[in-house]
Write a new protein. Structure first.
Length: 379
Protein backbone atom coordinates (compact mmCIF):
# COMPACT_ATOMS: atom_id res chain seq x y z
CA UNK A 1 0.00 0.00 0.00
CA UNK A 2 2.78 2.33 -0.85
CA UNK A 3 0.64 4.84 -2.69
CA UNK A 4 -1.64 5.24 0.25
CA UNK A 5 1.18 5.81 2.68
CA UNK A 6 2.57 8.48 0.40
CA UNK A 7 -0.74 10.31 0.61
CA UNK A 8 -0.96 10.20 4.37
CA UNK A 9 -1.27 13.61 5.84
CA UNK A 10 -1.17 15.01 9.27
CA UNK A 11 -2.98 18.19 10.01
CA UNK A 12 -2.31 20.65 12.72
CA UNK A 13 -5.01 23.21 13.36
CA UNK A 14 -4.14 26.41 15.06
CA UNK A 15 -6.07 29.31 16.41
CA UNK A 16 -4.53 32.61 17.20
CA UNK A 17 -6.27 34.37 20.04
CA UNK A 18 -6.37 38.05 20.80
CA UNK A 19 -6.38 39.49 17.30
CA UNK A 20 -8.55 42.52 16.79
CA UNK A 21 -10.43 41.67 13.63
CA UNK A 22 -10.61 38.95 11.00
CA UNK A 23 -9.26 41.37 8.42
CA UNK A 24 -6.23 42.16 10.55
CA UNK A 25 -5.74 38.45 11.11
CA UNK A 26 -5.63 37.78 7.38
CA UNK A 27 -3.14 40.58 6.87
CA UNK A 28 -1.02 39.43 9.80
CA UNK A 29 -0.93 35.82 8.67
CA UNK A 30 -0.18 36.77 5.10
CA UNK A 31 3.29 35.64 4.24
CA UNK A 32 3.34 32.95 6.87
CA UNK A 33 3.07 30.22 4.28
CA UNK A 34 6.19 31.27 2.42
CA UNK A 35 8.24 31.61 5.58
CA UNK A 36 7.05 28.25 6.84
CA UNK A 37 7.85 26.55 3.56
CA UNK A 38 11.37 27.95 3.67
CA UNK A 39 11.72 26.78 7.24
CA UNK A 40 10.38 23.33 6.37
CA UNK A 41 12.94 23.02 3.63
CA UNK A 42 15.70 23.93 6.09
CA UNK A 43 14.37 21.29 8.48
CA UNK A 44 14.68 18.78 5.63
CA UNK A 45 10.93 18.04 5.26
CA UNK A 46 11.21 18.07 1.48
CA UNK A 47 12.68 19.88 -1.47
CA UNK A 48 12.75 23.64 -1.86
CA UNK A 49 10.05 23.51 -4.53
CA UNK A 50 7.89 21.12 -2.54
CA UNK A 51 8.72 21.20 1.15
CA UNK A 52 5.70 19.01 1.87
CA UNK A 53 3.64 21.44 3.88
CA UNK A 54 0.62 23.54 3.03
CA UNK A 55 -1.13 26.31 4.89
CA UNK A 56 -4.82 27.26 4.76
CA UNK A 57 -5.80 30.45 6.54
CA UNK A 58 -9.26 31.72 7.34
CA UNK A 59 -9.41 34.77 9.58
CA UNK A 60 -7.61 33.76 12.78
CA UNK A 61 -7.86 30.00 12.21
CA UNK A 62 -5.42 28.13 10.10
CA UNK A 63 -4.46 24.61 9.14
CA UNK A 64 -1.01 23.35 8.35
CA UNK A 65 -0.68 20.01 6.60
CA UNK A 66 2.44 17.89 6.62
CA UNK A 67 3.46 14.32 6.00
CA UNK A 68 4.20 12.80 9.40
CA UNK A 69 3.24 13.32 13.00
CA UNK A 70 6.83 14.13 13.95
CA UNK A 71 6.91 16.92 11.39
CA UNK A 72 3.68 18.32 12.77
CA UNK A 73 5.07 18.30 16.27
CA UNK A 74 8.27 19.97 15.14
CA UNK A 75 6.28 22.67 13.39
CA UNK A 76 4.36 23.80 16.45
CA UNK A 77 7.26 25.66 18.14
CA UNK A 78 8.33 27.07 14.75
CA UNK A 79 4.88 28.53 14.13
CA UNK A 80 4.62 29.75 17.70
CA UNK A 81 7.92 31.59 17.29
CA UNK A 82 6.94 32.99 13.90
CA UNK A 83 3.71 34.40 15.35
CA UNK A 84 5.48 35.92 18.32
CA UNK A 85 8.10 37.58 16.14
CA UNK A 86 5.98 38.74 13.22
CA UNK A 87 2.52 39.33 14.63
CA UNK A 88 3.20 39.62 18.31
CA UNK A 89 0.56 37.17 19.44
CA UNK A 90 0.72 33.89 21.24
CA UNK A 91 -0.40 30.63 19.77
CA UNK A 92 -3.16 29.23 21.95
CA UNK A 93 -1.94 25.73 22.66
CA UNK A 94 -5.28 24.44 23.95
CA UNK A 95 -6.78 25.13 20.57
CA UNK A 96 -3.99 23.47 18.63
CA UNK A 97 -4.72 19.95 17.51
CA UNK A 98 -2.57 17.52 15.64
CA UNK A 99 -4.63 14.89 13.94
CA UNK A 100 -4.41 12.30 11.20
CA UNK A 101 -6.51 12.82 8.10
CA UNK A 102 -8.27 9.48 8.69
CA UNK A 103 -9.54 10.84 12.01
CA UNK A 104 -10.48 14.14 10.44
CA UNK A 105 -10.99 17.56 11.94
CA UNK A 106 -13.52 20.37 11.98
CA UNK A 107 -12.80 23.63 10.22
CA UNK A 108 -15.28 26.47 9.63
CA UNK A 109 -18.21 24.20 10.42
CA UNK A 110 -17.08 21.49 8.06
CA UNK A 111 -15.73 18.10 8.98
CA UNK A 112 -12.80 17.12 6.79
CA UNK A 113 -11.93 13.45 6.89
CA UNK A 114 -10.78 10.60 4.70
CA UNK A 115 -13.05 7.56 4.59
CA UNK A 116 -11.12 4.53 3.27
CA UNK A 117 -8.75 6.81 1.43
CA UNK A 118 -11.48 9.06 0.08
CA UNK A 119 -11.74 12.63 1.30
CA UNK A 120 -15.28 13.70 2.18
CA UNK A 121 -16.12 17.13 3.51
CA UNK A 122 -19.36 17.08 5.50
CA UNK A 123 -21.15 19.41 7.89
CA UNK A 124 -19.56 19.12 11.32
CA UNK A 125 -21.60 17.29 13.93
CA UNK A 126 -21.41 20.20 16.33
CA UNK A 127 -22.96 22.56 13.78
CA UNK A 128 -25.62 20.06 12.79
CA UNK A 129 -26.74 19.79 16.40
CA UNK A 130 -26.57 23.56 16.81
CA UNK A 131 -29.03 24.21 14.00
CA UNK A 132 -31.41 21.56 15.34
CA UNK A 133 -31.21 23.18 18.76
CA UNK A 134 -31.96 26.53 17.17
CA UNK A 135 -35.05 25.14 15.43
CA UNK A 136 -36.16 23.52 18.67
CA UNK A 137 -35.73 26.87 20.38
CA UNK A 138 -37.96 28.58 17.82
CA UNK A 139 -40.66 25.93 18.24
CA UNK A 140 -40.45 26.17 22.04
CA UNK A 141 -40.75 29.93 21.97
CA UNK A 142 -43.79 29.78 19.67
CA UNK A 143 -45.86 27.07 21.25
CA UNK A 144 -49.16 28.71 20.45
CA UNK A 145 -48.24 30.84 17.44
CA UNK A 146 -49.98 30.41 14.14
CA UNK A 147 -48.64 27.70 11.86
CA UNK A 148 -47.87 30.18 9.07
CA UNK A 149 -45.92 32.33 11.53
CA UNK A 150 -43.78 29.38 12.58
CA UNK A 151 -43.12 28.46 8.95
CA UNK A 152 -42.00 31.99 8.24
CA UNK A 153 -39.64 31.89 11.21
CA UNK A 154 -38.17 28.50 10.35
CA UNK A 155 -37.69 28.84 6.60
CA UNK A 156 -34.79 31.28 6.66
CA UNK A 157 -32.99 29.13 9.24
CA UNK A 158 -33.44 25.94 7.24
CA UNK A 159 -32.55 27.52 3.90
CA UNK A 160 -29.64 29.51 5.24
CA UNK A 161 -28.04 26.56 6.96
CA UNK A 162 -28.63 24.24 4.03
CA UNK A 163 -27.26 26.78 1.62
CA UNK A 164 -24.01 27.12 3.51
CA UNK A 165 -23.42 23.38 3.25
CA UNK A 166 -24.81 22.93 -0.26
CA UNK A 167 -21.37 22.83 -1.82
CA UNK A 168 -20.14 19.73 0.00
CA UNK A 169 -21.16 16.18 0.92
CA UNK A 170 -24.35 17.02 2.78
CA UNK A 171 -27.18 14.97 1.28
CA UNK A 172 -27.38 12.47 4.13
CA UNK A 173 -27.03 15.10 6.81
CA UNK A 174 -29.82 17.07 5.14
CA UNK A 175 -32.03 13.98 5.17
CA UNK A 176 -31.28 13.43 8.85
CA UNK A 177 -32.03 17.06 9.73
CA UNK A 178 -35.35 16.96 7.86
CA UNK A 179 -36.26 13.82 9.74
CA UNK A 180 -35.42 15.41 13.09
CA UNK A 181 -37.30 18.58 12.18
CA UNK A 182 -40.37 16.54 11.28
CA UNK A 183 -40.22 14.80 14.63
CA UNK A 184 -39.97 18.12 16.45
CA UNK A 185 -42.90 19.46 14.44
CA UNK A 186 -44.97 16.41 15.31
CA UNK A 187 -44.32 16.99 19.01
CA UNK A 188 -45.15 20.65 18.55
CA UNK A 189 -48.52 19.96 16.91
CA UNK A 190 -49.44 17.15 19.29
CA UNK A 191 -48.96 19.44 22.26
CA UNK A 192 -51.43 21.90 20.75
CA UNK A 193 -54.19 19.33 20.44
CA UNK A 194 -53.87 16.83 23.29
CA UNK A 195 -57.39 15.50 22.79
CA UNK A 196 -57.30 14.98 19.04
CA UNK A 197 -56.28 11.87 17.16
CA UNK A 198 -53.19 11.57 15.03
CA UNK A 199 -55.11 11.50 11.75
CA UNK A 200 -56.99 14.69 12.59
CA UNK A 201 -53.75 16.46 13.51
CA UNK A 202 -52.00 15.20 10.39
CA UNK A 203 -54.76 16.48 8.16
CA UNK A 204 -54.82 19.86 9.84
CA UNK A 205 -51.09 20.57 9.66
CA UNK A 206 -49.59 18.36 6.98
CA UNK A 207 -50.37 17.66 3.36
CA UNK A 208 -49.11 15.30 0.71
CA UNK A 209 -47.37 16.83 -2.22
CA UNK A 210 -45.93 14.82 -5.09
CA UNK A 211 -44.16 11.87 -3.50
CA UNK A 212 -43.67 13.61 -0.16
CA UNK A 213 -46.11 12.66 2.54
CA UNK A 214 -45.13 15.03 5.33
CA UNK A 215 -45.31 18.53 3.97
CA UNK A 216 -45.80 21.04 6.76
CA UNK A 217 -47.96 23.63 5.04
CA UNK A 218 -50.49 26.30 5.90
CA UNK A 219 -52.24 27.89 2.95
CA UNK A 220 -49.65 29.70 0.89
CA UNK A 221 -46.84 28.91 3.36
CA UNK A 222 -44.83 25.72 3.05
CA UNK A 223 -41.98 24.70 5.26
CA UNK A 224 -38.71 24.46 3.34
CA UNK A 225 -36.81 21.20 3.50
CA UNK A 226 -33.08 20.76 3.29
CA UNK A 227 -33.43 17.79 0.97
CA UNK A 228 -34.79 20.13 -1.68
CA UNK A 229 -31.55 22.10 -1.71
CA UNK A 230 -29.42 20.95 -4.60
CA UNK A 231 -25.86 20.01 -3.83
CA UNK A 232 -23.60 21.82 -6.23
CA UNK A 233 -19.89 21.26 -5.89
CA UNK A 234 -17.77 24.25 -5.16
CA UNK A 235 -15.32 25.08 -7.94
CA UNK A 236 -11.96 25.69 -6.32
CA UNK A 237 -10.24 28.98 -6.89
CA UNK A 238 -6.68 28.69 -8.14
CA UNK A 239 -4.12 29.58 -5.49
CA UNK A 240 -3.07 33.12 -6.33
CA UNK A 241 -6.21 34.37 -8.08
CA UNK A 242 -8.06 37.34 -6.64
CA UNK A 243 -11.35 38.89 -7.76
CA UNK A 244 -9.83 42.31 -7.04
CA UNK A 245 -7.02 41.95 -9.56
CA UNK A 246 -8.03 43.17 -13.03
CA UNK A 247 -5.97 40.47 -14.75
CA UNK A 248 -8.03 37.74 -13.12
CA UNK A 249 -11.41 39.06 -14.23
CA UNK A 250 -11.65 36.66 -17.17
CA UNK A 251 -10.87 33.74 -14.88
CA UNK A 252 -13.64 34.66 -12.43
CA UNK A 253 -16.06 35.34 -15.27
CA UNK A 254 -15.50 31.79 -16.58
CA UNK A 255 -15.85 30.37 -13.11
CA UNK A 256 -19.12 32.21 -12.54
CA UNK A 257 -20.44 30.85 -15.81
CA UNK A 258 -19.48 27.30 -14.90
CA UNK A 259 -21.21 27.64 -11.54
CA UNK A 260 -24.28 29.07 -13.20
CA UNK A 261 -24.59 26.23 -15.68
CA UNK A 262 -24.25 23.69 -12.88
CA UNK A 263 -27.45 25.05 -11.38
CA UNK A 264 -29.62 24.45 -14.42
CA UNK A 265 -31.20 21.43 -16.04
CA UNK A 266 -30.56 20.48 -19.66
CA UNK A 267 -33.38 22.52 -21.17
CA UNK A 268 -32.56 25.59 -19.11
CA UNK A 269 -28.88 25.30 -20.04
CA UNK A 270 -29.73 25.43 -23.74
CA UNK A 271 -31.97 28.44 -23.18
CA UNK A 272 -29.33 30.29 -21.15
CA UNK A 273 -26.61 29.52 -23.72
CA UNK A 274 -28.73 31.16 -26.44
CA UNK A 275 -28.17 34.55 -24.84
CA UNK A 276 -24.84 33.81 -23.06
CA UNK A 277 -26.49 34.14 -19.67
CA UNK A 278 -27.93 37.57 -20.45
CA UNK A 279 -31.51 38.69 -20.02
CA UNK A 280 -33.12 38.36 -23.46
CA UNK A 281 -34.97 41.65 -23.08
CA UNK A 282 -32.56 44.10 -21.44
CA UNK A 283 -29.28 42.37 -22.33
CA UNK A 284 -27.85 42.61 -18.82
CA UNK A 285 -25.93 39.74 -17.25
CA UNK A 286 -27.91 37.52 -14.93
CA UNK A 287 -25.54 36.59 -12.15
CA UNK A 288 -25.11 33.07 -10.76
CA UNK A 289 -26.10 34.54 -7.41
CA UNK A 290 -29.42 35.53 -8.99
CA UNK A 291 -29.91 31.99 -10.28
CA UNK A 292 -29.03 30.63 -6.88
CA UNK A 293 -31.65 32.76 -5.16
CA UNK A 294 -34.16 31.78 -7.80
CA UNK A 295 -33.47 28.11 -7.29
CA UNK A 296 -32.89 27.89 -3.57
CA UNK A 297 -35.03 30.62 -2.07
CA UNK A 298 -37.90 30.52 -4.57
CA UNK A 299 -37.01 34.09 -5.39
CA UNK A 300 -38.96 34.82 -8.57
CA UNK A 301 -36.66 37.43 -10.10
CA UNK A 302 -35.86 35.24 -13.10
CA UNK A 303 -38.27 33.85 -15.58
CA UNK A 304 -38.07 31.27 -18.33
CA UNK A 305 -40.74 32.79 -20.53
CA UNK A 306 -42.25 32.04 -23.93
CA UNK A 307 -41.73 34.83 -26.42
CA UNK A 308 -44.64 33.71 -28.59
CA UNK A 309 -47.37 33.45 -25.97
CA UNK A 310 -49.16 30.19 -25.36
CA UNK A 311 -52.36 31.82 -26.57
CA UNK A 312 -50.84 32.21 -30.03
CA UNK A 313 -49.63 28.63 -30.02
CA UNK A 314 -46.11 29.31 -28.75
CA UNK A 315 -44.54 26.09 -27.53
CA UNK A 316 -42.20 25.20 -24.71
CA UNK A 317 -39.25 24.78 -27.06
CA UNK A 318 -35.66 25.94 -26.78
CA UNK A 319 -36.31 28.36 -29.63
CA UNK A 320 -39.35 29.97 -28.08
CA UNK A 321 -38.30 30.13 -24.43
CA UNK A 322 -35.93 32.85 -23.27
CA UNK A 323 -34.47 33.70 -19.90
CA UNK A 324 -35.36 37.17 -18.63
CA UNK A 325 -35.66 39.20 -15.50
CA UNK A 326 -39.22 39.02 -14.29
CA UNK A 327 -39.31 42.79 -14.16
CA UNK A 328 -38.20 43.07 -17.82
CA UNK A 329 -40.75 40.50 -18.92
CA UNK A 330 -43.63 42.20 -17.16
CA UNK A 331 -42.67 45.53 -18.64
CA UNK A 332 -42.46 43.92 -22.07
CA UNK A 333 -45.91 42.40 -21.71
CA UNK A 334 -47.40 45.72 -20.68
CA UNK A 335 -46.38 47.09 -24.06
CA UNK A 336 -46.84 43.95 -26.13
CA UNK A 337 -49.92 42.09 -24.96
CA UNK A 338 -50.38 38.37 -24.91
CA UNK A 339 -52.24 38.55 -28.26
CA UNK A 340 -49.37 39.97 -30.21
CA UNK A 341 -46.47 38.24 -31.96
CA UNK A 342 -42.99 39.57 -31.15
CA UNK A 343 -40.85 41.25 -33.80
CA UNK A 344 -39.31 38.73 -36.23
CA UNK A 345 -41.35 35.89 -34.77
CA UNK A 346 -39.59 33.40 -37.08
CA UNK A 347 -36.54 33.33 -34.83
CA UNK A 348 -38.64 31.83 -32.06
CA UNK A 349 -39.82 28.94 -34.23
CA UNK A 350 -38.33 25.48 -34.31
CA UNK A 351 -38.06 23.73 -37.66
CA UNK A 352 -41.33 21.96 -36.90
CA UNK A 353 -43.37 25.15 -36.68
CA UNK A 354 -44.86 27.68 -39.05
CA UNK A 355 -46.97 30.77 -38.56
CA UNK A 356 -50.39 30.67 -40.19
CA UNK A 357 -52.71 33.68 -39.76
CA UNK A 358 -50.77 34.92 -36.75
CA UNK A 359 -50.82 31.55 -35.00
CA UNK A 360 -48.07 29.03 -34.56
CA UNK A 361 -48.90 25.69 -36.13
CA UNK A 362 -46.99 22.54 -35.38
CA UNK A 363 -46.14 20.75 -38.62
CA UNK A 364 -43.79 18.02 -37.39
CA UNK A 365 -44.75 14.46 -36.60
CA UNK A 366 -44.46 14.55 -32.86
CA UNK A 367 -46.03 17.33 -30.92
CA UNK A 368 -43.93 18.71 -28.06
CA UNK A 369 -44.91 17.53 -24.62
CA UNK A 370 -47.04 20.46 -23.66
CA UNK A 371 -49.20 19.93 -26.74
CA UNK A 372 -50.78 16.97 -25.02
CA UNK A 373 -52.86 19.41 -23.07
CA UNK A 374 -55.97 19.96 -25.21
CA UNK A 375 -56.30 23.71 -24.61
CA UNK A 376 -53.15 24.28 -26.65
CA UNK A 377 -54.83 23.05 -29.80
CA UNK A 378 -57.08 26.08 -30.09
CA UNK A 379 -54.85 27.39 -32.88
ZN1 LIG B 1 -33.57 42.18 -17.97
Amino acid sequence: MNWRRSRELFYAIFTVGGLLSPLLAVIALHGMEEDLRRKAHQMKFGSRANPGINVVVYADDFIVTCKTKEQAEQLVPVISQWLAENVGVELSLEKTHITHINDGFDFLGFNVRKYKGRLLIKPAKENKLAVLRKIKGILDANKSAKQSMVIRLLNPVIRGWGNYYSTQVSKRVFGYCDHMINQMLWKWVKRRHPKKGAWWIFQKYFTKRGNRNWVFADGAYTLATMSDIRIIRHIKIQGRRSPYRPGDQKYFETRREQLLLKRLNGFQKKVVRKTDGRCALCGCNISPEHFRRWQVNDDDGILFARMIPERLGGHNTVENVVVTHRWCYEKYRQVHGYDELPDNPERFLSYNERIVNGYVVWTGKHAPNDEKRPDCWTA
